[in-house]
Design a protein around this ligand. Structure first.
Ligand SMILES: NC(=O)C1=CN([C@@H]2O[C@H](COP(=O)(O)OP(=O)(O)OC[C@H]3O[C@@H](n4cnc5c(N)ncnc54)[C@H](OP(=O)(O)O)[C@@H]3O)[C@@H](O)[C@H]2O)[C@@H](O)CC1
Ligand SMILES: [K+]
Length: 503
């Protein structure tokens, strides 16, 4: 499933019209009829429906929806919130079709009047503003949105809750708080941003006949589903031995944080790595090795000094490295050695992201790929911004960072945004609130390390790793656990359930 910005959606529509030969009117008819079909399936005909329409094509969709719902026996009234001359083109055409069959069109131009008129209705269908919204919401639409939000009736938005922007990065002024949104064709970026996803309520997409080729040309952002995982997940070779399943190195676990490295190592092994070596400090060896007996160990005097020739020689055998889980935030020459002296895929997580910050402008000379896995706070630190700004702009901030430093970025959140150095993006939205607990990030790093070693292409590797992690939590919450008690160790144990669904 593709995810779009407003500009991309307009390009995609243009493609459908110009190259696909589908008239704009047909797209609007399809949009309205498809949304109406969804409403017919979900809500019975006893309801008294108000459809509020604005001046643009979103309002045009509203007139089409009205016609279909009336045809199916619903009691529908359209409230036009703008002057007649504002309704033009295809929207005016469908307004006329509505008037040809119904006299239930009311002009309402102030919010008090709207409030009085809507009191009698059970449900309001919001076709006021679509993806063409720009700037602060102007009066009287502003007060009308506020009135609708305060009505104790079901609110259904068409394409996007009116007032909400499609693109990330814009502070929300005021928007309809929908119970349900029927999105036309493709989810917009704000569906997946923490501050704006809430406005959509439940959401579903409806298809209106846009050719898939339009998406290939105009967007490089998609949502990762089971179908994508199945199509890209490497098949396990029957004749594989431990060497062919990847030899990974996990570096971390200072004295006060041995657990982080255990979680990462065990998660890497449970996700299918052939061999995992844990490089950690001597003092932690008893606890770490007894908790992960399948790994081998490489002792380091500390987690910040330069790597010795002996270390480098040992690490030459390795296929990929994950560093940062519980290493502490002291300045690290170890990290710069990993970047400069070992040409291995390198995943940088947690504390090592703080150590990476001073190296960013000078030392990212590394042939093999670098993957960083920040949460919002770490991303804010790396980009000298604030957490609210990262939350508001997860797509654009990740893309700018990935392109500038030529790294892969896995920005962890309720919706994880994965970005390749060329700007291509994947959203992984599996998982639940049970994952908001210490150690789950270490588990993800371990899973990703294994995926990096086993896939040919890195972007699907990272997306598949995030899918395994989130899906494991989802299965566990559906079966043996709850969002309250779920622990990072459970997520490792839950991986087997997810693997079963993939074969
Ligand atoms: N082929 C297609 O394209 C298809 C498109 N489809 C549908 O079209 C929708 C996009 O349509 P669109 O481009 O007409 O934009 P849309 O948001 O309905 O109206 C924009 C108007 O709103 C106003 N306005 C803007 N900002 C404002 C503000 N801050 N405060 C107050 N008012 C504001 C402004 O009007 P003005 O006030 O200037 O008269 C502006 O002109 C899309 O979401 C989907 O539903 C489907 O039918 C499928 C086929
Ligand atoms: K809308």
């Amino acid at each position: 499933m593709y995810i779009v910005t407003a500009e991309e959606m307009y390009e995609i529509d243009r493609y459908a019209i110009e190259k696909g030969g589908i008239e704009g009117k047909v797209l609007m008819e399809n949009a309205g009829s498809q949304v109406a079909q969804q409403i017919i399936q979900a809500y019975n005909t006893n309801r008294k429906l108000a459809i509020v329409v604005g001046s643009g094509n979103n309002g045009g969709d509203g007139f089409v929806i009205a016609r279909y719902l009336a045809e199916y026996g619903y009691n529908v009234t359209v409230f036009q919130l703008v002057a007649d001359h504002k309704i033009k083109g295809d929207a005016a055409f469908y307004k006329q079709l509505w008037l040809n069959t119904s006299d239930k069109l009311a002009h309402v131009t102030d919010s008090h009047q709207l409030k009085q008129r809507l009191v009698d209705f059970d449900m309001v269908i919001d076709a006021i503003l679509g993806i063409g919204v720009s700037g602060a919401i102007r009066e009287p639409i502003r007060s009308m949105i506020d009135v609708i939000n305060h009505l104790p009736i079901t609110k259904i938005s068409v394409d996007i809750p009116s007032g909400l922007p499609a693109n990330d990065g814009i502070e929300v002024d005021l928007a309809i708080q929908a119970d349900q949104t029927y999105i036309i064709e493709a989810p917009k970026e704000t569906v997946f941003c923490e501050d704006t996803s809430i406005y959509y309520g439940e959401w579903e997409t409806v298809k209106i006949g846009v050719p898939q080729a339009a998406y290939f040309e105009h967007t490089s952002r998609q949502r990762w589903c089971k179908k994508n995982v199945r199509a890209t997940f490497p098949k396990r070779n029957k004749y594989a031995h431990k060497g062919t399943n990847g030899r990974g190195l996990v570096i971390g676990g200072q004295l006060t944080m041995p657990g982080a490295i255990v979680l990462a190592a065990r998660a890497a092994l449970r996700s299918g790595a052939g061999l995992i070596t844990v490089a950690t400090v001597k003092e932690n060896l008893p606890i770490v090795s007894s908790s992960c007996i399948e790994a081998t160990y490489h002792l380091l005097p500390n987690l910040t000094d330069r790597l010795t020739d002996r270390d480098l020689e040992a690490f030459e055998q390795i296929d990929a490295i994950a560093v940062g889980m519980g290493v502490g935030r002291d300045e690290s020459q170890l990290l710069s050695d990993l970047i400069e002296k070992l040409d291995k895929p390198l995943l940088i997580d947690a504390d090592s992201l703080y150590q990476l910050k001073p190296l960013l402008e000078t030392q990212l000379q590394h042939e093999a790929p670098i993957v960083i896995t920040p949460h919002y706070g770490e991303m804010a630190m790396l980009t000298d911004t604030t957490v609210p700004k990262v939350k508001r702009s997860p797509f654009s901030i990740s893309r700018q960072f990935a392109e500038k430093y030529q790294v892969y970025v896995v920005l962890k959140g309720r919706h994880t945004v994965i970005t390749a150095p060329n700007g291509e993006q994947i959203i992984s939205d599996q998982g639940n609130a049970g994952l908001a607990k210490g150690g789950t990030g270490d588990v993800l790093s371990g899973i990703l390390l294994t995926m990096i070693m086993q896939h040919k292409e890195l972007l699907p590797a990272l997306a598949n790793g995030c899918y395994l992690h989130g899906k494991s939590a989802d299965y566990l919450v559906e079966t043996d656990h709850t969002e309250m008690d779920l622990l990072a160790t459970d997520v490792i144990e839950g991986l087997s359930q997810v693997f079963r669904t993939l074969s």
